[in-house]
Design a protein around this ligand. Structure first.
Ligand code: R5P
Length: 292
């Protein structure tokens, strides 16, 4: 297998290639003065099985276009199989048409990936894997929650209480609890479809005098996590940490969460950020081993 680390996942792509002991084909890329993307695969890929690793965090649109160009070029060059590894899949939260006339963005992105020639898709804690599986491209959605929970276990937080944001994310917190074994629950959340803002509903939680780790798939503006941290602190928790798979950390998200009382924030390198302390390279390498 050949690994192509895309412009948005250079470090992660190299780590995965090292773990697989796989050959790397580098990508030469640049942005034209008008903002258009240029891509050139710098090596032979004909007849090969290729894993193109490209996350699609900000600037999402540029990273998506780069991905489409890489995949379609690899296809044109006679590749045997294209596995697109997209640790963070942009637009995954717009997984339906919730208001009349609005774009069902995830459907559009999936159609484009299919048209460009993706054979298999690998994501990490994508927002709605059930929905993603309803599209034509075979999907493996990996979970980084064990890695995050083990990070906290190794820091001495075995027995901490695990919390997730929203009832839909109870599977996340159950995975975390499997490692931390301190019990788990969820904080009820509601999203306003017009503003996109998330509201936290009142719920009494067994967190008094306990260390708590709050897990979420994404921290974007940090608003949801900050509110949850504040609520858990108000209910008497001791140390409270925020953990996420995809640290988008838009604007002052990190400060907002720390100011709300969090003792720390940890994320993965699905998106490279100042808090990306946990690498998802091992689970991606394993998935690729089992894909070929
Ligand atoms: C929501 O569906 C997600 O799981 C996250 O809770 C949300 O995207 C976080 O957004 P923000 O950081 O902007 O509150």
């Amino acid at each position: 297998m050949i690994v192509v680390p895309g412009p948005a996942s250079l470090q992660l792509g190299r780590k995965v290639a090292n773990l697989l002991d796989a050959e790397i084909v580098s990508v030469y890329f640049k942005t034209f003065p008008d903002g258009e993307s240029y891509i050139r695969l710098d090596g032979e890929v004909k007849g090969e099985e290729v894993a193109i690793i490209q996350t699609t965090g900000p600037p999402q649109n540029t990273h998506l276009i780069q991905l489409f160009l890489m995949v379609n070029t690899a296809r044109d060059l006679g590749i045997k199989k294209v596995i697109a590894v997209i640790p963070y899949l942009a637009y995954a939260r717009q997984d339906g048409r919730f208001l009349s006339g609005e774009a069902y963005s995830l459907k559009t992105i999936m159609s484009l990936l299919e048209t460009c020639g993706v054979d298999t898709l690998i994501t990490v804690n994508s927002h709605n894997p059930k929905m993603l599986k309803s599209f034509k491209i075979p999907l493996k959605d990996l979970s980084a929650i064990n890695l995050l929970a083990n990070y906290f276990k190794n820091k001495g937080f075995e027995g901490a209480f695990s919390l997730s944001l929203g009832k839909k994310a109870t599977d996340i917190v159950e995975q975390a609890n499997h490692v931390l074994k301190g019990g788990c629950d969820y904080v009820p959340t509601q999203r306003d479809r017009l503003t996109g803002k998330v509201k936290i509903d009142k719920k009494s939680l067994p967190v008094k005098n306990r260390d708590v780790i709050i897990f979420d798939d994404i921290i974007s503006s940090g608003g949801t996590m900050a509110k949850a941290v504040k609520e858990v602190k108000n209910q008497g928790a001791q140390k409270v940490y925020a953990a996420c798979v995809h640290p988008l950390l838009v604007g002052d998200a990190k400060d907002k969460i720390l100011k709300s009382g969090a003792d720390g924030i940890v994320g993965t390198d699905c998106l490279q950020s100042p808090i990306s302390e946990v690498s998802v390279a091992p689970i991606i390498a394993d998935a690729l081993r089992n894909t070929s």
